[in-house]
Write a protein that binds this ligand. Structure first.
Ligand code: 0O2
Length: 214
């Protein structure tokens, strides 16, 4: 495919990432406006690079015309939460939208079923409708939901994989597994005291608002 064709192919994916980011960021801002707790800390998103799409297509033995349905994360957003419990609240928001502005295609629970690497996260693949200048289209998008601790681990492991071209040395892999265990303990400990933490954050927010209104 020529560059221009790739650019055209990726338009609905770019739009989907932008729209999905806005939708989940809005949930956070709406909750904060009414003084409620937001299970969403922050949201990021990206469209897979053409080189990564081609790499994944090769890995999955896909022809170019199979990429659209065969690769589920060309459009991807990532939602970060403070606590593991928040991930399930975010999932409830997604279930509420099911059949309205998105359809759930698959749910991958790498929290209960931690990956061999140590990776933990909740993935939801959705079919998302997009209106472009060239017409209407439904595309696949992946929503990853994780805690800040899971994100810290995954980001570091991702960079190491990049550095070592997916062949991380054994001694580093062992350390990474230990770090993944530590991140899990961190999540569990934070969950235990989440009501205390939320109260403290609420008090801190009220104090900041008073100061900024002076
Ligand atoms: P990038 O750069 O993040 O886009 P499966 O066959 O279902 O196990 P599949 O089809 O690749 O795997 O989909 P899955 O499991 O939903 O994972 C896709 C994405 O999840 C990855 O995208 C990563 O973002 C993340 N991920 C999955 N496993 C790991 C892991 O062990 N470590 C880290 N750091 N991230 C992981 P890409 O395409 O790999 O890369």
């Amino acid at each position: 495919m020529e560059n221009i064709e790739w650019n055209k192919f990726l338009i609905p994916y770019e739009n989907a990432v932008e729209e999905l980011k806005v939708k989940f960021k809005s949930i956070r801002s709406e909750l904060l406006i009414v003084g409620a707790y937001s299970p969403i800390e922050f949201v990021v998103g990206r469209v897979k690079k053409v080189s990564s799409i081609l790499e994944k297509a090769k890995l999955l033995d896909l022809e170019l015309d199979e990429v659209e349905n065969g690769i589920e994360d060309i459009a991807g957003i990532r939602i970060m939460c403070q606590f593991v419990e928040d991930i399930y609240t975010v999932m409830d928001y997604i279930y509420e939208r099911e059949g309205k502005d998105m359809e759930i295609v698959a749910v991958k629970d790498y929290i209960t079923n931690q990956k061999e690497s140590g990776y933990r996260s909740y993935h939801v693949v959705v079919r998302y409708p997009i209106q472009t200048a060239f017409g209407h289209k439904k595309i696949l998008a992946e929503i990853q939901i994780r805690t800040l601790a899971m994100n810290f681990w995954a980001t570091i492991e991702h960079s190491l994989n990049y550095k070592y071209k997916k062949r991380i040395p054994d001694h580093v892999t062992k350390r990474l597994k230990k770090a993944a265990d530590a991140a899990m303990v961190l999540d569990q400990e934070m969950s235990e005291i989440r009501y205390e933490i939320r109260e403290a954050q609420k008090m801190f927010e009220i104090k900041s608002n008073i100061v900024s209104n002076v």
